[in-house]
Ligand binder design. Structure first.
Ligand code: ATP
Length: 356
């Protein structure tokens, strides 16, 4: 008997408030045994009472929920972006969600800007370190505003942090076959160790050591600049890519373009055994917010990924299949060639999930 899963829903700002309800609709239509609770964390709330994360907010999320589904944060009215930092980076850092998993899948050849690439060619996963690197905000500014200004942004790489995300990548490869059912056999580590020798050296050594524990999986390496070129030249070659926080951030925007743009990309922020958080790769996209034009599929695929993580595999598959069919039948928003609005595309998918 399945135990009902508790899911915290935090739509956030901008298009997050439009796409997350569509993801929730798909989850409901799948019949998944879940109970959802909504939270108003985001710019609107911050502008009213100055609260970004309520006291003990992260403790509450960990204690009371099995997973968190998040939209996006960022609002032009909050120039400092303090609420986004507190909420999103807070969740990643304070809840120690150290592996950001970003699957890159092409659902239809028409969505890929590259010539001759078909869906069977693109099915790889980027695993981005999520709690260290340059995002810890370590460093400082000296003599600010003067011609002698010095800005230092430290790149933090700990043995523990590097080892656990690399190990996660190998474990992920073992447990998550490709969409066609074939096993994942290669893990590629991406760095810039030719220029960043200290941090790169640590990543290189740890990758070699951990890789040796998984003899059935081939290890590969690329510098991040070469990887960007290869991703455009021939994305067929990738399987699992593991990299640091900043390179992961950058290469997954590039990877999103291969699958139809930011509106199609899903992600999970995971710490095995702990309450994990799932969010579409896109941000709050202020220019298109409130217009019913945002593509909800990234968020809907993110919800499917969350259900899969919670062990609700059949329900996740139903949602994935419905999105695939929507794309194939062009029941989509305009960014990927359809004529539907956010709600209408979400309705089509939910309806399909319900009947499937
Ligand atoms: P962040 O800094 O939070 O990552 P960003 O400003 O870099 O955000 P987004 O807010 O994700 O980037 O969006 C950039 C642009 O991409 C948007 O203005 C929009 O044109 C497009 N875009 C992003 N998400 C979607 C979506 N779901 N549907 C359609 N277009 C989108």
């Amino acid at each position: 008997m399945s135990v009902r899963k508790r899911i915290a829903i935090i739509p956030g700002d901008g298009i997050g408030k439009e796409v997350i309800p569509e993801a929730v609709k798909a989850v409901a239509a799948s019949g998944a045994d879940v109970e959802t609770s909504q939270f108003d964390w985001g710019a609107d709330r911050y502008l009213v009472d100055g609260v970004t994360v309520p006291p003990d907010g992260f403790v509450m999320l960990e204690r009371d929920f099995d997973a968190i589904l998040v939209g996006a944060f960022g609002d032009p009215r909050v120039a400092s972006n303090i609420h986004a930092k507190d909420i999103l980076l807070g969740m990643r850092f304070k809840m120690d969600l150290y592996a950001n998993v970003r699957p890159v899948r092409l659902l239809d050849a028409a969505l890929c800007p590259l010539k001759g690439i078909e869906p069977k060619h693109i099915d790889f996963v980027v695993i981005r370190e999520n709690t260290e690197g340059v995002y810890t905000d370590a460093g400082g500014v000296f003599k600010q505003g003067t011609p002698d200004e010095i800005a230092v942004q430290e790149d933090i790489n700990t043995r523990k942090g590097v080892e656990r995300v690399i190990r996660f990548a190998f474990e992920y490869a073992e447990r998550h076959p490709k969409l066609d059912g074939s096993p994942r056999k290669r893990v590629l580590m991406c760095d810039k160790s030719n220029a960043m020798t200290h941090a790169g050296g640590l990543w290189q050594r740890v990758f070699k050591e951990v890789g040796a524990e998984y003899p059935q999986i081939k290890t590969e390496h690329m510098y991040v600049d070469a990887l960007c070129m290869q991703m455009v030249r021939d994305p067929r070659q990738f399987d699992i890519v593991v990299t640091n926080n900043m390179f992961g951030d950058i290469i997954t925007d590039l990877a999103a373009a291969l699958q139809g743009g930011l509106g199609m990309a899903a992600s999970g922020n995971i710490h095995p055994g702990k309450t994990s958080m799932f969010e579409p790769v896109h941000g709050s996209a202020p220019p298109i917010a409130g217009k019913n034009v945002a593509n909800p599929f990234g968020a809907i695929l993110t919800a499917a990924m969350m259900l899969g993580h919670l062990g609700l595999t059949e329900e996740a598959k139903k949602i994935d299949a419905a999105v695939l069919e929507a794309v194939q039948q062009k029941r989509t928003t305009q960014d990927i060639g359809g004529a539907l609005g956010t709600r209408e595309a979400g309705d089509w998918v939910a309806d399909k999930v319900g009947r499937g």
